[in-house]
Design a protein around this ligand. Structure first.
Ligand SMILES: Cc1cc2nc3c(=O)[nH]c(=O)nc-3n(C[C@H](O)[C@H](O)[C@H](O)COP(=O)(O)O)c2cc1C
Length: 189
């Protein structure tokens, strides 16, 4: 089965899982795994910041000084794990990560994300290396221009694996981007 670009089945399933969440926070966090040459796999929690209109990219925000940025510059292959407790579905998204800072050619998506974030989150991008905010952090955060350390993480998704615990027996499906669009198949447990 294939899907057109604007009717991606796995994306509809994630939208449904988000809509079932009884508290916005339960769907807001995902786990991002990167690879570090010295330490191996590295995983951490990030806030989900939306999909691109055609669904093939997932957005997050981070600080350019963070280790994950160095890791994706060295090896851009990443994986996201995202569990929706109400839908009882786990999604594992695989792809590559681009890190868009102040030198990115197209600044529009980075600026749009900056303007969509709360002032308290924005203030954290003015912290020093030890996480101390300057006294004028709140005023700085009000600026519509993102600071240099603010980066938009843009993950291009090439494969999605769904595990549904709501069905008995549990069901797994794999979606991948083939030559003719998104395809999918059932996979063994
Ligand atoms: C609930 C929660 C939400 C978080 N959201 C973000 C986020 O959106 N962006 C981010 O860079 N770090 C976020 N963090 C912090 C990261 O998990 C991580 O500790 C930090 O980014 C440093 O990671 P690194 O050293 O692997 O780069 C969040 C942590 C928690 C617990």
């Amino acid at each position: 089965m294939t899907n057109t670009e604007n009717n991606i089945e796995w994306r509809g399933l994630i939208d449904r899982a988000v809509s079932l969440a009884d508290n916005v926070n339960t769907a807001a966090y995902l786990q991002l795994a990167t690879f570090d040459d010295d330490r191996g796999a590295q995983v951490r929690t990030l806030v989900f910041r939306g999909f691109s209109d055609n669904s093939d990219r997932l957005f997050m925000a981070t600080d350019l000084r963070s280790d994950k940025v160095k890791q994706v510059i060295t090896d851009n292959r990443v994986q996201v794990a995202w569990y929706f407790s109400e839908a009882r579905e786990q999604y594992r998204l695989s792809g590559t990560m681009a890190c868009l800072g102040s030198s990115a050619v197209d600044q529009e998506p980075r600026r749009a994300l900056w303007n969509a974030m709360s002032l308290s989150v924005r203030a954290s991008f003015f912290c020093d290396a030890m996480g101390q905010e300057p006294k004028d952090a709140k005023e700085l955060a009000a600026s519509a221009t993102p600071p240099d350390y603010f980066a938009l993480l843009s993950m291009t998704i090439s494969e999605v694996e769904l595990l549904s615990l709501a069905q008995s027996p549990h069901m797994r499906r794999r979606f991948w981007l083939g030559d003719n669009g998104w395809e999918n198949e059932r996979i063994a447990l």
